[in-house]
Design a protein around this ligand. Sequence first.
Ligand code: OAD
Length: 280
Amino acid sequence: DDLERLADEVRTAETVVAFTGAGISAPSGVPTFRDDDGVWEKFDEGQFTYGRFRSDPEGFWDDRVDLQREMFGDDYEPNAAHRALAEMGLDGDLEAILTQNTDGLHGRAAEAVRDESRRTEEVHDGAESAVEDGDGDGRTNGTDTALLELHGNAQRVRCTDCGKRRTADPIFERAADGALPPTCECGGVFKPDVVLFGEQLPRAVLQRARSLARESDAFLAIGSSLVVEPAASLPRVAASTDATVGIINLEETPCDDVADIVYREDVTEALPRLQDLVAE
Ligand code: OAD
């Protein structure tokens, strides 16, 4: 079937890049943006712009506390789709994960999968860990899948004056208790460490994402509506250099026309199977 074809492409490709959106975290209980019960059905996108953060930080933070609770209020864990990508990374089958998500789940899945593999190696090899870095390049074997969080990470905040980063939870608690906007000890205002509407993506990150799309032989867009930039153009960038483009998403997307393979299935079904097929 189509997934077998996609797995063949991934297996023979030298450079495989995965690009993910909110759909990959939906099975973990993190809401998407544009589905029927999506975040932008309940909240007004216009309240979360960079312009409003600058002109009305108090109001911005007041609303952002509610948004954060809606998105990340419940405990949530990486799901089978995050894990499948992390394991493909460990197997050396994935050059990079580019994500629009700010939930930090790809990072957590990579950590979990790495820990498990390290423990297994320890059982097999005694105290010696086979995942230890041997060539002194600072990277441990099997962990060199790059993770680019294009929209930042909502589990952190960053001071707009001194640049210091902090774990988001305690700062959001302070804001919920009335510290609006929450400030750093330097006096600067904290901002969620994410890219807001009306704010540019960091140039270096965007350039790296574009060149990864260009260099890829297989580009997999997973769980994204592919309507906002740069999501809307990255699959086209990949297609323009003859990469095989695969789209795994429940709904139609405006990039389906450039895709070689469109697979409409739940990510937690599709990705573990893809991983198995690639590893065969
Ligand atoms: P969207 O909410 O726009 O799209 C999520 C897509 O995932 C939809 O097309 C769903 O059909 C699909 N989907 C949902 N559950 C799925 C599942 N279990 N398996 C497969 N597919 C599933 O989310 P994004 O494309 O990520 O930006 O949105 C892009 C950006 O728009 C976000 O990063 C955010 C938002 O405004 C910022 O906040 C800057």
